[in-house]
Design a protein around this ligand. Structure first.
Ligand SMILES: C[S@@+](CC[C@H](N)C(=O)[O-])C[C@H]1O[C@@H](n2cnc3c(N)ncnc32)[C@H](O)[C@@H]1O
Length: 301
C-alpha cells in the first residue's frame, strides 16, 4: 500500500491546482492495482474502477484521501456498471460541473455525467504541442469532442479553429470551454456532422495548416479505426495546405505507432513522419506504446 501513496502524494504535489492523473494502475506498474485509476480535478478526486477490487484496497485509498486537506470531495466511479449504480460520492461536495485547469487553460469537467469527465488527461502533451505550433494557423480539429485541442490552439494564437464532431453535446461544452478562456468566437467554427459523410463542408473553411485527428478506436456505427482511419487520412491532401502539419492520434492498446504510420505511408506518402510525442510521466506503463500514441507528420510534396 505504502508505495502507491508515495506515488500519489508526489503526483498531487506536482499537480497543485492543475488537473492530472494521480495514479494509473492500468499501466501495470503497480501489481494488484491494475483495475484502479485516480484522477485529480482540484479540489475533487475521482477513483475509477475498471473491475471489482477487494474492499480493503478501496477503503485504504478512500481513507488516504479523507486525510489529505488538499482534497475536498471524493467520487468513486465503477466503470462498466449501469448508469444508476456507476458512481458513489464518498465525501464532500462533487459539483455536476467543475472548472479545471491544465497548462493554465480552463476546461469544464463533468465528473458524474461523463465517464471520462470531458477531458482526456492522457492528451496533455498533445495539447501543449498544439499550443506551441498553432500560432497564426488555420486549424482543423477532427473528432473534437469538447474542443480541448482547439482551446490549446486558440491559446497558442491560431487564426481560426474548426471543430468537427457528431456529438452536439460535446460541441456545446466546447463552446463553453472557448468562452471560459475568453476566445474570440468569431474565429471558432463548430460542425456537428458525421465527418465521413461531410468532407465537402469540412473542406470549405480550408485549406488548413494544422490538422488534428483524434478518433475513437471503436465506436460502432460511427468510427472503427481498423476500417475508417484510412478514410480520414485519404482526405488530407485536399484539406491541408502545403507544408501543413498533422497531429494524428490513436489510443487502441492493441496497436503501436506503426498502425497509423503505415496507413499514412499508404494513403498519403506526401506526409512525412516527424515524431512520436513523448508519453506522460503520470501514465506509467510496463508496455511501451500501449497508451495514447500522438504522431506528428508534415506535408512535403
Ligand atoms: C475519443 S473522442 C475524441 C476526443 C477529443 N479529440 C478530445 O480531444 O477530447 C471521440 C469523438 O469522436 C466522435 N466521433 C466518432 N465518430 C465520428 C464521426 N463519424 N463523425 C464525427 N465525429 C465522430 C465522437 O462523437 C467523440 O466525441
Amino acid at each position: 500500500m505504502t508505495d502507491i501513496f508515495h506515488w500519489i502524494n508526489e503526483q498531487l504535489t506536482i499537480a497543485g491546482d492543475e488537473c492530472r492523473r494521480l495514479f494509473h494502475g492500468r499501466g501495470g506498474c503497480f501489481p494488484g492495482y491494475e483495475a484502479v485509476v485516480v484522477d485529480w480535478f482540484s479540489p475533487v478526486v475521482i477513483i475509477r474502477l475498471y473491475a471489482n477490487v477487494p474492499d480493503a484496497l478501496l477503503d485504504g485509498i478512500k481513507a488516504y484521501f479523507e486525510r489529505d486537506p488538499r482534497v475536498s470531495g471524493l467520487l468513486v466511479q465503477h466503470r462498466g456498471r449501469g448508469r444508476d449504480t456507476d458512481h458513489e460520492i464518498v465525501f464532500g461536495d462533487v459539483a455536476d460541473v467543475l472548472i479545471s485547469c491544465e497548462s493554465s487553460l480552463k476546461y469544464e469537467i463533468r465528473p458524474i455525467q461523463f465517464q471520462n469527465s470531458g477531458l482526456f488527461l492522457d492528451m496533455r502533451n498533445g495539447r501543449d504541442w498544439v499550443c506551441e505550433h498553432a500560432g497564426g494557423k488555420n486549424v482543423l480539429n477532427l473528432f473534437s469532442f469538447t474542443c480541448a485541442f482547439s482551446i490549446a490552439a486558440m491559446a497558442g494564437g491560431a487564426r481560426q479553429v474548426v471543430n468537427v464532431d457528431m456529438s452536439k453535446r460535446g460541441l456545446s461544452i466546447g463552446r463553453a470551454n472557448h468562452q471560459l478562456n475568453h476566445h474570440d468566437l468569431s474565429c471558432v467554427k463548430f460542425m456537428p456532422y458525421d465527418m465521413l459523410k461531410s468532407w465537402g463542408r469540412i473542406k470549405r473553411p480550408g485549406p488548413y495548416e494544422l490538422i488534428i485527428i483524434d478518433p475513437p478506436s471503436f465506436q460502432p456505427g460511427s468510427f472503427i479505426a481498423e476500417n475508417d482511419y484510412r478514410k480520414v487520412l485519404r482526405r488530407l491532401p485536399e484539406l491541408a495546405s502545403l507544408n501543413a502539419q498533422v497531429l494524428a492520434c490513436h489510443n487502441d492498446p492493441a496497436h503501436n505507432q506503426s498502425f497509423v504510420r503505415d496507413l499514412m505511408a499508404q494513403e498519403c506518402p506526401e506526409f512525412n513522419f516527424v515524431e512520436l510525442l513523448p508519453s506522460q510521466e503520470d501514465f506509467p506503463d510496463i508496455e511501451t506504446e500501449r497508451g495514447v500514441k500522438a504522431m506528428v507528420f508534415e506535408r512535403h510534396d
